[in-house]
Design a protein around this ligand. Sequence first.
Ligand code: C5P
Length: 219
Amino acid sequence: MTNMLITIDGPAGAGKTSVSRELAKRLNCIYVDTGALYRGVALEVKQAGIDWEADAVLEPFLNRISLSFAMEGEDPVLTSSGKNISSLIRTPEISMLASAISARPCVRKALLGLQHAIAKNNDTVFEGRDMGTVVFPHARHKFFLFADLDTRALRRFKEKQAPEQDLVQVKEMMESRDANDAGREIAPLTPAKDAVLIDSTHISLEEVVQRILLEIHRD
Ligand code: C5P
């Protein structure tokens, strides 16, 4: 029997994380936040102070870092070589660096194997930007969540991940990250042709979850 594989893609603030975690709970799957992995790479690169724009520097560096993502009870935990770095990756600086670094082919390649290995051994809900298009093009259940920019920015602002930023700054950063993620050549943020598109602007988390469950159980 093949493992259950559900992909949830979309821009920041569309509700991917809340929806994916809830789905994983109800379907008894594990949940993987692939954005956290890109953030982990960004943090390691920042802390090491390497010249990440040079492949000759970045590639061997990627071979030396070892990231893993798991839920500990209700908490998502990202570790790098066994060290918990979860509380360090949610800053505006790391968001922007993750977005820049994730456009590099060697970074995407390095994380591809990790994502495939997780899917091989577990029933999984994966959230990210390219889950349905590149990482798991054959997944049976693909969803793309989106919402208008003002709504997404307000949601993120209310989470107070970056208390020093006002709503306008949160919105500007989100817009810039959307443009990077959708405009890059490799694995751009775009719905898979066979993904179910869900606009979460005016509907609740529970409604999104119900729509997804309906689609999954329809098959
Ligand atoms: O999901 P999150 O906002 O934490 O992701 C941080 C950044 O990581 C995104 O802006 C995007 O550039 C990158 N990312 C990606 N592919 C994924 C997940 C995230 O390129 N599958």
